[in-house]
Design a protein around this ligand. Structure first.
Ligand code: TNX
Length: 539
């Protein structure tokens, strides 16, 4: 272990480094995530009402991106660039198919002009976010807005940069999800994983099985305090809600305009008590199931009967109609086998299919889900428990119980997304002084730890490491009771996560990150976000 003296000494060295060139760079170019290549240049480009903004207006997505950027400039300065007619003082957006990465972009800001190059609309969008971060937040109204001269060549390290929002444990209104998406997009996150059902609630309107949202969306009350507190107390207040299909389609569109794909999760066969409360026939035992009012792992799970799969096929059709992306997450986590062990039907099925045990039965369940998904044109993602009893042929694995599952999946040449609890769960505490934070599940994930995470485990050979698609921060909401707390848990940690997901390891440096973060905290506050005041020093 390093001594206190050692830590202090290191901090002094690092902080003095901040006051040198790289530190000044961080102050002048407060971009998060840090771009792949950034070359500081002297001088500024002055944006005025006379600045000409040039782009191909016939390209609808590009038109949307540029007009949103111009609107942001107007909001900050009080004037709208675009009035210029001459060739001087221009911001030019140029499509350039020769760029090496489809999500990449180049930015050339000189005192004379700004040139933005990109191969796809995605790249153009990311360039616009970088420009928004380079602009002073609160310039003097009516005065030219100064963009610091710079050359940037940027592209993401990982194709998958996600955030999970658990709307099952807590219903959040569409307006909040949009606000959340706006902030995610600002940091070049490209996937929102919506956890749409759990033991405590079902959140998607279903046309074929309406009791899912009529009954399954509501719980009578919710346990108060930590789930281990005794005696148990309940709030006596019903909680719930669901998203109509029209609302979900609207969210998909809203996210898409910000280059974010929404991956829906329908968690089966475990975490399904709300489904069973609505349709008890899909369980293994005769029981008066209710939507759960407690947290933790529940024993009542779906039974692998043909009528259950017919139901899931129907749900898959509805989900596919709403979410056009290529993935559907089918859960697969935390599946206690008690009910399957008790069930004569399950035991007979195990014999009939010549399976070894209930783990192989779970594997059978997931393979059936994969077939259903494939028939609907979708690929499945599942939590790492789907490795137990054998992986479904094309499944992508989300590794949450540490990195072991992800490593095993990558070695089997299955795609994997790293979401280890220890490094990416933003429902954990962020300080060691828990009294200054809202109640949480437990654990400890300070800003510097999420920042320092590398989603590619060292022990993976390069041929296997290419199966790491990326990484995801997860906000589970058992203990997140309101929007402000959801924001407080998310920021500033999501800024650190965004850099982990986008920037090459060699570009990461925690002290410089903290310098860039300062300006970004202001951005977040301007968006109306509650930002936690926890910025630990460290590496
Ligand atoms: C485990 S992560 C779960 C969730 C909980 C989370 C925090 C995962 C696949 N399952 O159901 O919300 O821990 O308690």
């Amino acid at each position: 272990m390093r001594s206190m003296y050692g830590i202090t000494f290191l901090t002094i060295i690092l902080l003095s480094a901040v006051s040198t060139a790289a530190g000044q760079e961080a102050g002048r170019y407060p971009v998060i995530p840090r771009p792949a290549v950034l070359t500081p240049m002297a001088g500024n480009f002055a944006v005025t009402a006379g600045t000409q903004v040039v782009w191909d207006r016939r390209q609808a997505a590009l038109h949307h991106i540029v007009t949103a950027l111009v609107a942001d400039i107007s909001k900050r300065t009080g004037f709208s660039p675009g009035g210029g007619k001459s060739a001087g003082n221009t911001i030019r957006f140029v499509r350039d198919a020769s760029l090496p990465n489809t999500a990449g972009y180049r930015l050339d800001i000189s005192p004379a002009s700004v040139v933005v190059r990109f191969a796809t609309d995605t790249g153009a969008y990311y360039a616009a976010q970088t420009l928004r971060q380079l602009m002073p937040l609160h310039p003097q109204k009516g005065k030219p807005l100064l963009l610091p001269a710079v050359k940037i060549e940027d592209q993401p390290r990982f194709a998958y940069r996600g955030v999970l929002l658990d709307v099952a444990r807590r219903y959040f209104p569409v307006s909040f999800i949009k606000k959340y998406i706006d902030a995610m997009a600002f940091y070049k996150i490209n996937t929102l994983h919506l956890h749409l059902n759990d033991d405590q609630g079902w959140r998607m309107e279903s046309r074929s099985y309406p009791r899912l949202h009529e009954t399954g969306a509501w719980r009578k009350e919710t346990v108060v305090g930590h789930r281990t507190d005794r005696p148990e107390r309940f709030d006596g207040t019903p909680h719930g809600g669901y998203y109509t299909q029209a609302e979900l389609k609207e969210l998909v569109q809203y996210a898409g305009e910000r280059f974010i794909a929404i991956i829906p999760e329908i968690d089966v066969p475990g975490h399904s008590q709300a489904i069973l409360a609505a349709y008890p026939q899909f369980g293994c035992i005769d029981s008066a199931y209710t939507v759960s009012t407690r947290w933790g792992v529940h024993k009542d799970i779906l039974c692998p009967k043909e009528e259950t799969f017919a139901f899931l096929r129907s749900i898959m059709a509805e989900v596919s109609d709403i979410f056009p992306g290529k993935y559907i997450h089918i859960g697969g986590d935390e599946v206690p086998k008690d009910r399957w062990k008790q069930s004569a039907f399950c035991q007979e099925l195990i014999r009939k299919l010549s399976l070894k045990d209930e783990h192989e039965l779970q594997s059978y369940f997931i393979r059936r889900m994969e077939d259903i998904a494939h028939a609907a044109g979708k690929q499945i993602i599942g939590w790492d428990e789907i490795l137990e009893g054998g992986l479904a042929p094309n499944a992508t694995v989300m590794s949450w119980r540490g990195e072991k599952g992800g490593i095993a999946a990558a070695r089997q040449h299955h795609y994997t997304i790293m979401t280890p609890v220890q490094y990416t769960y933003i429902n954990l505490y962020q300080t060691s002084d828990r009294k200054s934070e809202p109640l949480s599940n437990g654990g400890f994930l300070p800003l510097n730890k999420i920042y320092g995470y590398d989603p590619v485990p060292r022990e993976l050979a390069p041929a296997d490491a290419q199966y790491i698609l990326g990484t995801q921060a997860c906000l589970w909401t058992e203990y997140v009771t309101n929007e402000a707390d959801a924001e407080f848990m998310t920021f500033p940690r999501l800024c650190a996560f965004a850099e982990t997901a986008w920037s090459e390891t060699g570009r990461k440096n925690y002290p410089y990150f903290l310098v860039r973060l300062k300006e970004n905290v202001q951005h977040l506050k301007d968006m109306g976000m509650r930002v936690a005041p926890f910025f630990p020093e460290g590496e």
